[in-house]
Design a protein around this ligand. Structure first.
Ligand code: ZN
Length: 256
């Protein structure tokens, strides 16, 4: 649906994309460099699964967004919130374009790990969960809660679509020397990844203990907050969303 010499049109959108990029028509259009069609189809499949699962799980309609699969050589041109390009290979969600766009690199940065069949789908579902959350205004929260929600949501999608995470989880090192609450930015990429993997373990533990029902509750709780959420408030919100013994369960988890 591109016009010669101009950006591809996303239905209802403008200026989202890079010149010459093509679109796969899906619930979430995947725009991609012409040579990345096969990868775009793979990602489109994960987005479709995530879109269906998260729409079913949460009490909201899916956000109107597009995905942009960016070739390595075009990374500096991708839409983003800041003037300076982001480090290559790190996916992100940005509302700097219309519709907002989930930006995915051709190749994930080497730090992404463990590398298993689950790495890419979990990464796509994580970013998609950010997009669902940001379909409404969200106040600032501690990083651990802001990243716990998409990590738990991505694990919940995996459960719904029957993607086993056993091989993936068995390769996560469980003792990075910090917990999700003691982790402090700025941190190096390896520590950032360890932080995300701790949150994934905590999310999976929460799903096993409480089921996926805590996810719509924590999304709703975050949307209802109108003041910045501090650490104590974040714990209260998550414990409340988990259920009656949520606080005790959190306290019992070594990731926490
Ligand atoms: Zn994130």
């Amino acid at each position: 649906m591109g016009r010669a010499g101009s950006a591809v049109e996303v239905p209802g959108g403008r200026d989202t994309v890079l010149p010459g990029y093509e679109s796969l028509a899906e619930n979430i259009p995947v725009l991609h460099a012409p040579r990345l069609e096969a990868k775009a189809r793979e990602i489109g499949g994960y987005l479709g699964e995530g879109y269906t699962a998260l729409s079913g799980m949460l009490s909201v309609g899916p956000p109107k967004i597009a995905a942009l699969l960016v070739a390595d050589e075009d990374w500096r041109e991708a839409p983003r919130d800041n003037a300076r390009p982001y480090p290559p290979g790190l996916p992100y969600f940005t509302r700097s374009a219309e519709p907002p766009v989930l930006v995915l690199p051709e190749n994930l940065a080497p730090v992404f790990g463990p590398r298993t069949q689950a790495t890419l789908p979990l990464t796509v579902w994580h970013e998609l969960a950010h997009a669902f959350l940001l379909s409404r205004e969200v106040v600032r929260t501690p990083a651990w809660l802001g990243e716990f929600v998409p990590q738990a949501a991505s694990a919940a999608v995996a459960r719904r679509v029957g993607l086993s995470l056993d091989a993936h989880l068995s390769q996560i090192e469980g003792e990075p020397g910090f917990t999700v609450r003691s982790f402090r930015a700025p941190a190096g990429p390896e520590d950032q990844m360890s932080f995300q993997n701790l949150l994934l373990l905590l999310g999976i533990g929460a799903l096993e203990r409480f089921g996926e029902g805590f996810l719509p509750r924590i999304f709703d709780a975050l949307w209802e907050e109108d003041e910045i959420v501090d650490g104590a408030r974040a714990e209260t919100l998550l414990a409340g969303a988990l259920g009656p013994d949520g606080r005790e369960w959190l306290a019992s988890r070594r990731e926490f």
